[in-house]
Design a protein around this ligand. Structure first.
Ligand code: FPP
Length: 246
């Protein structure tokens, strides 16, 4: 990865600080080429690095990507095993590059169901990059928004039962402290590739005021240029957060 500084000229005024991406369309991209679905996932994994590296150019400090959902276990055993192996290889291969680039990597999602070897690699990548601040890359792996809220509520209830939290003090500020994303700002812009206009259980609580972009491009074809255009379009929007402009 290049460690060159971002060109300040490309930074979008009022652009998104936190972009979240639902990387969809790998399977169709592979099918269009007569190749197995995993071929598309490998092509999609290559795209991740380019987008991470582009973040500083567009003033994006936080990037959160949806790699594997709690629903993705329903895919064939071959695809699930292939994806898990891809994640293990990706982490081993990218640790040094991500670290040198200055990315701080975090994982969100439930690690309990994941293979121990994969969890070990995830922990090591988080530790190896813990001092970095250039881009905060969060990878959602075995993540589901409802599952996250349920797990958060369980921990919150445990604190109430232990007398550490008064139920009367539970408000909108309390619950997010129990979410996997508790250290991250809310996403400003959520992008979904491949033409589907749904959010598929991604960052449900956190995206309450996010802008959404549903684009036709299949994830392996997503480019730095398109990423820049979406950041620029966001910068041009009038965001009122429910208030009336004065
Ligand atoms: C959705 O495309 C994509 C996934 C379920 C996996 C996302 C994984 C990657 C982009 C690769 C690896 C990522 C990392 C962080 C190493 P789909 O299979 O649903 O595509 P389709 O809708 O065309 O079938």
């Amino acid at each position: 990865m290049s460690s060159a500084d971002a060109s300040p000229s490309q930074i979008v005024p009022g652009g998104p600080r936190h972009v979240a991406i639902i990387m969809d369309g790998n399977g169709r991209w592979a099918t269009q080429r007569g190749r197995p679905r995993l071929f598309g996932h490998h092509a999609g994994a290559k795209r991740v690095r380019e987008v991470v590296e582009a973040c500083p150019d567009f003033g994006v400090e936080y990037l959160t990507i949806f790699a594997f959902s709690t629903e993705n276990w329903k895919r064939t055993q071959v695809e699930v095993a292939g994806l898990m192996s891809l994640f293990r290889r990706y982490i081993s291969k990218e640790t040094r590059g991500l670290s040198e680039f200055g990315a701080r990597v975090r994982f969100i999602g439930d690690r309990v169901r994941l293979d121990k070897k994969l969890v070990k690699l995830m922990n090591e990548l988080e530790e190896a990059t813990a001092h970095n601040t250039r881009v905060h890359l969060t990878i959602a792996l075995n993540y589901g928004g409802r599952d996250e809220v349920a797990r958060a509520t369980q921990r919150l209830a445990q604190d109430v039962a232990a007398g550490l939290l008064n139920p009367d003090d539970v408000d909108e500020e309390t619950l997010p402290k129990y979410l996997d994303t508790y250290v991250l700002p809310d996403p400003d812009l959520v992008i979904r590739t491949s033409g589907e206009a749904r959010i598929s259980n991604f960052l449900l609580w956190q995206s309450a005021y996010a802008e959404y972009e549903f684009i036709d491009t299949l994830w392996p074809d997503f480019s730095k240029e398109e990423f820049g255009s979406l950041c620029a379009a966001y910068g041009g929007r009038d965001r009122r957060f429910g208030a009336v402009k004065t």
